[in-house]
Design a protein around this ligand. Structure first.
Ligand code: ATP
Ligand code: MG
Length: 317
């Protein structure tokens, strides 16, 4: 519940004076249809305070629709949602003030310089710290003196990120924020997200880019065709993912020895080598291998991509 001493009427108040609610975002059967076209259907989601939550799905899955609905930029058709404990319909102005948002399609004022734009957008949230604004811009390598309209798309994206992060909001809602960023800016963005998390703030990150979600997120939701398919800890997904193990022995070894080992999904022998596809822990594989003289052993990184593609494409897992 929201207490009486809220910062309404105190736009300059730092965000940390707000008591945190257990869930930064909670939705119950949240639905948004565009006429007959479903945007998102019956979404039940809970994003915990302090986590980085990845929101993945193919094009047209409903990610941007969900984000715009949560922030009150479009109206839900039915269902309920709270953001920072506040009702998304009734309190959307306060939600937006306390949230940093990077929109998928950034519509910025072309005639303003970057500096004017950031200052203007900051002022809407009671932000007035020029040094901090400059620091964020410097981190991203932004030239704030250029008119926004003459910036490259990557630099406009950086402006979007800077305005979302600079007032240090409790919750960041980012719709594919790294689209078009060069690798250096991406690295900086990753550090910024990690810092937000370390400070106990929350990030809701929509993305197509698996490695970035894998690297940043604690949990991930996958949406497809307007429906939530799965919510899972990233670590749990990794455990589900298959790993390729190649073991080279001193002499030929029968692949059948490995076929019965729990977690081994495929085993093939060729010459003195055995190649395995393994899900989960490898210790049993190593135990069986150690019956023979092992010359070399290579494991490839777990193929999380295959797990995601199965969810994306709707194949059973
Ligand atoms: N303004 C709109 N009017 C009508 N239909 C829309 C509108 N915005 C989105 N949709 C439809 O809603 C569905 C979900 O779209 P949404 O933009 O939320 O997907 P997304 O997951 O963000 O996709 P992407 O990865 O391409 O950004 C799609 O079928 C899309 O065509
Ligand atoms: Mg989108």
């Amino acid at each position: 519940m929201r207490p009486h001493h809220s910062a309404r009427g105190f736009p300059h108040a730092p965000s940390l004076q707000y008591p945190s609610v257990p869930e930064a975002i909670r939705t119950e059967r949240l639905t948004k249809c565009y006429g007959k076209t479903p945007g998102i259907l019956d979404l039940d989601l809970e994003v915990r305070t302090g986590e980085v939550f990845g929101f993945l799905g193919p094009n047209g899955a409903g990610k941007s629709t969900t984000i715009r609905t949560l922030l009150g930029l479009i109206h839900a058709t039915s269902g309920r949602a709270t953001v920072l404990g506040l009702d998304h319909r009734e309190r959307s102005i306060e939600i937006r003030r306390r949230t940093g948002h990077v929109a998928a399609d950034l519509a910025l004022y072309p005639d303003m310089t970057g500096r004017q734009l950031l200052w203007f957008l900051g002022a809407l949230r009671g932000f007035d710290d020029r040094k901090r604004m400059q620091r964020v811009a410097d981190r991203l390598g932004l030239d704030l003196d250029r008119p926004v309209g003459s910036c490259s798309s990557g630099n406009r994206r950086k402006l979007g990120i800077a305005q979302a992060f600079m007032h240090e909001p409790e919750l960041l809602v980012l719709d594919e924020p790294t689209t078009g960023l060069d690798p250096l800016a991406q690295q900086e963005f990753f550090s910024m997200v990690a810092e937000v998390r370390a400070e106990g703030r929350t990030v809701f990150l929509s993305s197509h880019v698996l490695p970035e979600v894998e690297r940043l997120a604690d949990r991930v939701a996958i949406v497809r065709q307007s429906r939530l398919v799965v919510v899972e800890e990233v670590e749990a997904l990794k455990r589900k993912a298959r790993r390729r193990v190649e073991i080279r022995f001193a002499g030929p070894v029968d692949a059948g020895e490995f076929a019965a080992v729990p977690g081994v999904r495929a085993a093939r022998a060729e010459g003195n080598a055995v190649t395995l596809e393994v899900e989960g822990a490898l210790s049993e594989v190593f135990r069986v291998a150690s019956r023979h003289e092992v010359r070399d052993l290579v494991t490839r990184e777990a193929d999380l991509e295959a797990v995601f593609l199965a969810y994306y494409g709707g194949d059973a897992l």
